[in-house]
Ligand binder design. Structure first.
Ligand code: ADP
Ligand code: MG
Length: 322
């Protein structure tokens, strides 16, 4: 028996409660496996639409670039080749290098070389199940960033069968790119929300953090004040088997879904970082995760542990409006 919930609907409900001006233009499209919402204020409608068209196009471009499903796309090709040295577009290499740093600073909690785990648990399809231990061990042997290396010539070397998935950062990266495109089109007040990974430019905004066990409830409302915010939870993609919840955020060390959090929200200067660190802190769990968040003065966060208890960095309250 399983239930699969795909959208962080709470975020979209939440945004409605924000200060609404008459000139707010709001549009949504589906991309990156979720609902993308863009809002723009303070502009002629026609200019706002033009800026939003360009931002949505940028999100679709990023989606294809990092898609594991699109045949012939870079990540798909990387995952399906028998070659051990692979050339990739410079933008993918650049993101890989940023992910390499994120893996290092999170002690391996964040690791894009988890696609074999995604597959063995069935999260690449619509009927995920618990794998048997032999299948899990086989997938683990083909997982882990230590089995991949970006060499000096910008080529990627990998051990046989190792595959990647940018799912924990693609939305954050796409949001960063989309905000940059809005700004290029003269937008001074805008917001992009990709299923709970959010970045705003200018103005004040209200972003609701969905309650991990009660989808219509909010645990907090924040104004990111020009920064980015991302939430990782065990309630977006999960199934239940024998009364246990299994979800899509894996501890790379064990290949099992990380157990000790229900949700993690991270505030950072950019949404790629917020997205990656929300996933990583989720894996670390509340104790190590809170230590990690408190170490960096530019990062704030809130962890809801497996009992539903909230833990926030002292600075998180600054962004909280409710
Ligand atoms: P969501 O996409 O629901 O916001 P995340 O940002 O946490 O959630 O990303 C989860 C996705 O990232 C998974 O579907 C999987 O593709 C990939 N992933 C799972 N575990 C990890 C991990 N430890 N590090 C990096 N990526 C991961
Ligand atoms: Mg993430």
């Amino acid at each position: 028996m399983y239930a699969l919930a795909l959208f962080a609907i709470g975020f979209f409900i939440a945004l409605q409660i924000g200060r609404q001006q008459d000139d707010t233009v709001k549009r949504t499209q589906v991309a990156l496996g979720t609902l993308i919402e863009i809002q723009v204020r303070g502009m002629e409608r026609v200019d706002a639409w033009r800026a939003m068209d360009a931002a949505f196009a940028e999100i679709r471009r990023v989606d294809t670039l990092f898609s594991t499903y699109t045949e012939g796309a870079p990540v798909w090709s990387f995952n399906h080749t028998a070659d051990s040295v692979i050339a990739l577009p410079s933008e993918v290499i650049a993101l890989m290098r940023r992910c390499d740093t994120l893996t290092r600073i999170t002690g391996g909690a964040f690791d894009i070389a988890v696609e074999e785990l995604v597959r063995v648990w069935g999260f690449d399809g619509d009927a995920p199940t618990v794998p048997d231990s032999a299948a899990l061990a086989h997938a683990l042997a083909r997982s882990g960033w230590t089995k991949i290396r970006v060499n000096e010539s910008g080529l990627v070397e990998k051990s046989p069968g190792v595959t990647i998935n940018f799912g924990a950062v693609a939305k954050g990266y796409a949001v960063d790119r989309a905000v940059a495109v809005l700004e290029l089109h003269g937008v001074h007040e805008g917001l992009v929300n990709a299923g709970g990974e959010v970045r705003a430019t200018g103005g004040t905004w209200s972003i609701g953090i969905q309650h991990p066990r009660s989808p219509s409830e909010l645990v907090a409302v924040i104004d990111p004040c020009g920064r980015a915010v991302a939430t990782s939870g065990d309630y977006e993609q999960y199934f239940e088997q024998d009364n246990r919840r299994y979800h899509h955020i894996f501890d790379p060390a064990t290949g099992m879904p990380a157990r000790s959090c229900q949700s993690v929200t991270v505030l950072a200067a950019d949404d790629l970082t917020a997205d990656a660190l929300a996933t990583a802190v989720f894996v670390m769990g509340p104790r190590k995760g809170m230590e990690f968040l408190q170490r960096d003065p530019h990062i704030e966060g809130m962890i809801i542990d497996e009992q539903g208890v909230e833990h926030s960095t002292p600075g998180f309250a600054t962004y909280r409006t409710r």
